[in-house]
Design a protein around this ligand. Structure first.
Ligand SMILES: Cc1ncc(COP(=O)(O)O)c(C=O)c1O
Length: 393
């Protein structure tokens, strides 16, 4: 039997093209250039402050390093494929950090005299941005993430900012419903998609105008890169964010952009494993009498679960819970072997921290935010149970 007589290993492909690929397939090729003989699949980072620029600037894709870079372009293409698969109008602008991206949207979209609605329980640096916006004459209203409370604040607003799930409380809001309500009143809607990643939630497909994220967390996932991005199908928003990046210079380094792109290939396997581990950890914590208020959107009896199940396809790696007091929480954290006491979240190595040590979040003294990594799930649960036993004294 010749090779051509061999039966095919798989059946015929019924759908063709990247828009129909599953996420696990999409991530490994997202943003890669067309294959060229003897070239690498993902070209290395381009380190350039300027590019050869013959003649006039008009139409030049790369002229100066603060404006554009081929390594960013490939990453941005990849992220657009993940945030809005198959949509040629989706654009992504990469930034040096999540705060760079968040600031770019808020400060380029809102003018003095306009009103913006922010979450009262979102990432704690939003409070600093609030102060800055108010200093510029912008009116800021706030509402908690759960219970659809933002709806009541929308009259006269020009931008609604959502963070779902929220950090660190892990509440969830209905993106579709709030986006419809905001659009009826002429307001733009932005969603901080950091915790979910585009494989866990696609705000642009749920009606939001803008998806913003810190790529520092699960997106890059190794705790070694700071990055952010803005994704949108609104050409005016994209142009404004790009112009803002150029003006303030909040640009990603080529090495960071390349590391981020390289990390996308494992985003599906990392986030699936982390979500499974997080659920196992949340269930183990919920079974302990000394642990209160265990929150994880994937826990079947979590108050956010019904809504999360409608708009998220995986529930993220963060679990939050409360121990009896500050000293108890510190004893627990000190006794963990597989979970490092560190801030941030989304990395392959598990971390946890007593969130109250920063100030700024309205959480009890014993509140712990844990980021669950890709370790073996049974090992993690054993370590956490042992640390709880030892913390109890
Ligand atoms: C939900 C959320 N958004 C934005 C940020 C800011 O991201 P970065 O630290 O990359 O500036 C963070 C950081 O923790 C975050 O948790």
């Amino acid at each position: 039997m010749t090779a051509s007589d061999d039966p095919p290993l798989t059946g015929p492909r019924l759908d063709h093209g990247p828009a129909n690929d599953a996420d696990g397939t999409r991530v490994v090729r997202a943003g890669l250039p067309a294959e060229e003989p003897y070239e690498p699949p993902l070209p290395g980072p381009v380190f350039a402050a300027h590019y050869h620029l013959p003649g006039e600037v008009e139409g030049a894709p790369y002229a100066y390093g603060r404006d554009a870079n081929p390594t960013w372009s490939r990453l941005e293409r990849a992220l657009a494929e993940l945030e809005a698969p198959g949509d040629p109008d989706a654009e992504v602008i990469a930034f040096s950090s999540g705060m760079g991206a968040i600031s770019a949207v808020l400060l380029s979209q809102v003018r003095p005299g306009q009103t913006v609605v922010l979450p009262s329980d979102g990432y704690n640096l939003l409070a600093a941005l609030r102060e800055r916006l108010e200093g510029f004459g912008v009116r800021v209203r706030t509402a908690p993430t759960s219970g659809g409370a933002q709806r009541a604040e929308l009259d006269g607003a020009s931008l609604l900012w959502l963070e779902t799930p929220s950090n660190p409380g892990l509440d969830v809001c209905d993106i579709r419903e709030l986006a419809d309500a905001a659009h009826e009143r002429g307001a733009l809607v932005a969603v901080d998609n950091t915790l979910a990643t585009p494989l866990g939630q696609r705000p642009l497909l749920l009606g939001a105008d803008i998806s913003v994220a810190s790529g520092t967390k699960a997106l890059t996932g190794h705790g070694d890169v700071l990055l952010g991005y803005v994704a949108t199908r609104n050409a005016q928003v994209a142009a404004a964010a790009r112009a803002w990046r150029k003006t303030v210079g909040a640009i990603p380094g080529p090495m960071e952009a390349w590391l981020a792109h390289r990390s996308l290939a494992t985003l599906d396997v990392r986030t699936q494993r982390q979500a499974g581990n997080a659920l196992a950890v949340a269930e183990a914590l919920a079974a302990r009498p000394e642990v209160r208020d265990v929150r994880h959107p994937g826990l079947p009896d979590d108050p956010a679960h019904p809504l999360a199940a409608r708009q998220m396809s995986r529930y993220g790696c963060v679990v939050s819970f409360t121990l009896p007091d500050q000293a108890y929480a510190n004893r627990f954290l000190a006794r963990l072997r597989l979970v490092s006491d560190a801030t941030s979240f989304g990395g392959v190595r598990s971390t946890a921290e007593r969130r109250g040590r920063w100030g700024g979040d309205a959480v009890p003294d014993g509140f712990v935010r844990m980021s669950v990594g890709v370790e073996d799930s049974a090992d993690l649960v054993t370590d956490i149970r042992r640390a709880l036993d030892e913390a109890a004294g």
